[in-house]
Design a protein around this ligand. Structure first.
Ligand code: C5J
Length: 226
């Protein structure tokens, strides 16, 4: 067992039953010319998530632990995209429109895929999801049960949207979630700060929050020992 200093109190995990979940680190959210930018966001704000998340990914991979990636997006005919999502707002390009990185938020397009620095390795599970939550309309729950996973280390973007929705879904399904503060990010720094505070408030109403260094420091001796 490993104990990590965290907010609101230390988080204990067994590496064998813990998965790293990397949420939606796709070009569509993190790079110019994708879905995030069409909504009017400054995508540069998410770039700071990549280097610390790469370190966590490396630590999980070196220790032989479970890594799961998610991607938000839709099938090419958009039959899994509700009109409420398709038509909302006044984006410069809508989901399915042709953009500089291919059709916006459509599976199989360049923009839909994960950034090079965090690209999944063969054997790592990639969960394609049509919604904000990673459990809604996906096989994630079955995959976690099959692997005996009970705890999730949650990372990715954006803090108050897909990260929060996933943590809430996971919490209701009985998973213990540790959210890494520097490995999550938002287009709105204030939403990031408050989003994390909401997770740890009320004795950890949705889970725990810690910086990635706390997890890596706790994980590395384990790696050497194993
Ligand atoms: C958004 C996400 N922000 N991955 N998606 O629309 O958080």
């Amino acid at each position: 067992m490993i104990t990590i200093p965290a907010d609101p109190y230390p988080f204990t995990l067994d590496p064998a039953t813990t998965a790293l979940v990397v949420i939606d680190m796709q070009r569509d959210f993190v790079e110019p010319g994708g879905f995030g930018e069409t909504l009017g966001n400054d995508v540069a704000l998410l770039q700071s998530v990549v280097p610390p998340l790469r370190k966590v990914l490396d630590a999980f991979r070196a220790a032989g632990l479970t890594v799961i990636h998610t991607r938000e997006g839709h099938v090419p005919d958009l039959s899994d995209c509700p009109p409420a999502k398709l038509n909302r707002g006044e984006p410069t390009l809508r989901i399915g429109d042709e953009g500089p990185k291919g059709r916006i938020l459509v599976r199989g397009e360049y923009g839909h895929d994960i950034v090079d620095e965090l690209a999944p390795l063969p054997g790592e599970l990639v969960v394609d999801k049509p919604g904000k939550g990673s459990f809604h309309a996906t096989g994630l729950q079955d995959e976690l049960v099959a692997r005996g996973i009970t705890r999730l280390v949650v990372t990715g973007v954006t803090t108050e949207v897909c990260v929060h929705t996933t943590v809430r879904e996971a919490n209701d399904r009985g998973y213990e979630c540790l959210v890494l503060s520097d490995c999550t990010g938002s287009y709105f720094p204030e939403f990031h700060r408050v989003g994390l505070a909401m997770i740890a408030a009320q004795g950890g109403i949705f889970g725990w929050v810690a910086p990635s260094e706390a997890l890596i420091t706790a994980l590395v001796p384990q790696e050497v020992a194993s």
